[in-house]
Design a protein around this ligand. Structure first.
Ligand code: ADP
Ligand code: ZN
Length: 225
């Protein structure tokens, strides 16, 4: 049997638009952890037309939460891949109390536990604007925003030179409100859950992307040392 590994498990909590994906990618680059986004995994399942994807499609388009059963199956499979051995940044997971408990169980099986939970604290009112303008390089996944982060050369990705950008089907004003509501009803209670476990850190995520990155890097440096 393989030795249990002491891998870091960092959770980013925050409403849609808080910047979880952007900051998770930076933590990947800075600390060698692997970003694991259940949203990305679900979108891939939808695109592939798998059974899980077919079940998730309409739920996601409505801004509601996909069933714990589907999400947990997808997460479990992804966590089994060898590239996660050094540590993961969970982005968009857990989102419900049941998911948080299932994660504890899954980690316990491997002699691991949650290392740190970072709550990205933002104003709801600003999230609609953040989400409405966002788009992603189709080739490399780098995120952009019509207002806050455009490529240096219009229409050309800074990272890879790609010229095709995609917008998510659920990134529209109507769906955003449902997603914010789902966050407050089902996910925000996890802040208290992790606070009680002594692993919660809150950071102000209303500033510039680079400033939030510095704050997060300092925090992660301390926690992961
Ligand atoms: P955002 O955080 O901006 O809402 P995500 O990419 O994390 O974006 O999630 C997009 C959608 O995918 C959610 O609105 C939800 O329907 C589904 N989803 C993602 N992660 C989960 C999860 N852990 N549990 C249930 N549904 C999820
Ligand atoms: Zn790119």
């Amino acid at each position: 049997m393989p030795e249990p590994q002491a891998a870091a498990v960092v959770i980013l909590l925050g409403p849609p638009g808080a910047g979880k994906g952007t900051q998770a990618r930076m933590l990947e680059a800075d600390f060698g952890l692997v970003q694991l986004s259940t949203g990305d995994l679900l979108r891939a399942a939808v695109a592939a037309g798998s059974e899980a994807g077919r079940a998730a499609k309409a739920v996601m388009a409505a801004g509601q939460l996909v069933s714990d059963e589907i999400v947990l199956a997808i997460l479990r499979e992804r966590m089994a891949a060898p590239d996660t051995a050094r540590g993961v940044i969970l982005d968009g997971f857990p989102r419900t109390d049941a998911q948080a408990r299932a994660l504890d169980g899954l980690l316990a099986e491997q002699g691991q536990k949650v290392t740190a939970v970072v709550s990205l604290e933002v104003d709801d009112a600003a999230m609609v604007g953040r989400i409405s303008g966002r788009h992603t390089c189709a080739a490399c996944g780098e995120g952009y925003h019509d207002q806050f982060k455009l490529p240096a050369q219009a229409g050309v990705c800074d990272k890879c030179g790609g010229t095709t950008f995609t917008r998510r089907a659920d990134d529209n004003a109507d769906t955003v409100l449902a997603r914010l509501q789902a966050y407050h009803a089902q996910t925000a209670p996890l802040i208290a859950y992790y606070e009680g476990r002594g692993v919660l850190h809150r950071i102000d995520a209303m500033g510039a992307i680079a400033d939030i990155r510095s704050t997060l890097a300092a925090l992660a440096g301390g926690v992961l040392a």
